[in-house]
Design a protein around this ligand. Sequence first.
Ligand code: GLA
Length: 700
Amino acid sequence: MIVLKSAHNSIVFQIVNKRLSIFHWGALLSENQIGTELALATTRPVSHSHWDTPTTADVMREHSKGFIGHPTLEGHRDGKAWSTYFELVEESHTSDSLQATFVDDHAKLSMKLHYSLSHDGVLTMNAVLTNNGDADYVLNKFIQWLPLADQATQVMDFTGRWSHERHPQRRDIAYGLTTREEREGRSSHDYTIAQLALASNATFASGEVWSMSVAFSGNSIHHVEKTQFGDQSIGAGELFLPGEIILKAGESFSIAPVQASYTSAGIDGISHNFHSTLRKRVHHPTNIRPRPLTLNVWEAVYFNHDIEKIKALADVAAEIGVERMVLDDGWFHLRRNDRAGLGDWVIDPTVWPNGFTEIIEYVNARGIEFGLWFEGEMVQIDSDLYRAHPEWILHEGNRIPPLQRNQLVLDLTHPGAYEHVLEQVDHVLSSFKIAYIKWDHNRILNDAGHLGQAAVHNQTLAIYRLFDELKRRHPGLEIESCASGGARIDLGMVEHVDRFWTSDNNDALERQTIQRWTSLVIPPEMLGTHIGPTHGHQTGKTTEISFRAINALFGHAGIEWDVTEASTDERAILKSWASLYKAKRSLLHSGRSVRIDYPDSHAFFYGVIAQDQSEGLFAYMQHLMPSSNFAPKLRFTGLDAGTNYRVAISQEVGAPRTLQIKDIQWGKGVILSGAALETIGIQPPTLAPENGILITVEKV
Ligand code: GLA
């Protein structure tokens, strides 16, 4: 047996008769626990009406070997090579990686699988398929599968739509195939971000959880399967459109990576595994510099770009302590509304007669960096680009795909279109001091063909290439991935950008659920979380500034509000909140995210604890009317039981509205041990709906 080990979990492979199977994926096992005795103890009987030899969880799930569930590979060569029988011909491994090569001489295919387990327990699975035949091989589907232990009885995934991303659904695993598919050509608002399998008792803090995600920003499939034999497994892969992937004779194809993780430390354990793994990357944004407090002007001005207004915003931003200001949509040729301009990435002289130099200098003089919005994968019929190259859109036959937000998708797999975008964007970035770009993607790809063949896969690779090339040409450039809010947040894009726009919905209550679940695998420092206006533009609701400020703190914080209209009191709160963010960002962006299993479903209680358990910052957020007069006590998990902590309510975010005559007694500070905080907890105030408190926890 071959054991790959991380700090807390292991995956055990077995090779029998030139077949590679997975014996165990779960809790940490050491080599001396694994051996013939264990194999003997777990070997199945031969049951009535089944194969004469016991079956194993092969990585290449094939009908030819007796596997009758969903296969690993599906494809054919003009109707032939439809059934494969891969044999392992080569294998090499270390303690955290395994490479295996399989060949099927009859189907004339070979397959290289690569598994690599990070120290913190994220398994990355890569595969390369080669066509050794002399005719084209059509790849229909490739799913990476991992077996699930019997105690995984539930599945949880995430669904969403515009301004309502990543809402969980948890259900029992039933017999058959559970499927989540995305066909938008981008990961989508509805993308599950991770599919979880869970023991029924798994909570945020404890219990066994297995996760799997397609690490790619195009179409995707996530499955859980339970067969009539009781075998259950979790699988994921890119969704290929008909004929999208055809391997010519001798050609190889790299399959989009899939990432998986196991923990016995509850749903938060999965977050811990991903956050820690991503934070170890050299290019992880916090390894380069602290996350600057951002102001995006979109909801303050929309398309009405006026230099005096932008300067006024910069003045207030400077007073608050903002460090980066982003000029959103509306600056380029013809772009006075959303009906024209996409495709022409040149500054519109009617709006910016002297280019950006004046505004950038003005902003920089106030100690603020300048950022700019693009949507380079798009084109509009009313644009110079479309007039010159109507053929540069993703399309099929003579059809023009239905418009969405009056726009079409530029075919970046066309070298001319790719060069056009690259050079225009590069020119703007080379001409001005621009530290940061927000890159949007505001429509679904449908009928997305290139010269008669489906092109979502290649379009996705093209945008990765373009981002990487822009970063190569402009060292230090940061890119934010936006797609009508959070429609392109995934573990593929995370390798090419520095930040995600989590959602277009800036209503702090709505953001609570969206942020909670987007940070399941993406570290909070990569998620844009802004204080929206007092009267929310998406929901039309009025929300207290303290609730909005606390919500925006747990991410890469910013403001998306016409702050020139903020009152003196509101500006004072924004100022103290900004200083608090700067003081706490190293904790917020390196600590362990903790979501507490709070007994009242009308409130969220969550926080971040320093890795050395010396401090923490927590939010108690009352969403709806408290279910009882006195809310359940706040029991903190993740602190050190033997350490004493001073716990207090932070005053820097303004006061909440309460439903009480006399306040709780500990607000100014109380000293309790980690054990008392975990077992007994502290009494929160009784808050009105959509109000919250920010709690500081410091070792004394
Ligand atoms: C999308 C984005 C917004 C904003 C607009 C501009 O909707 O999600 O944040 O940039 O486009 O048109």
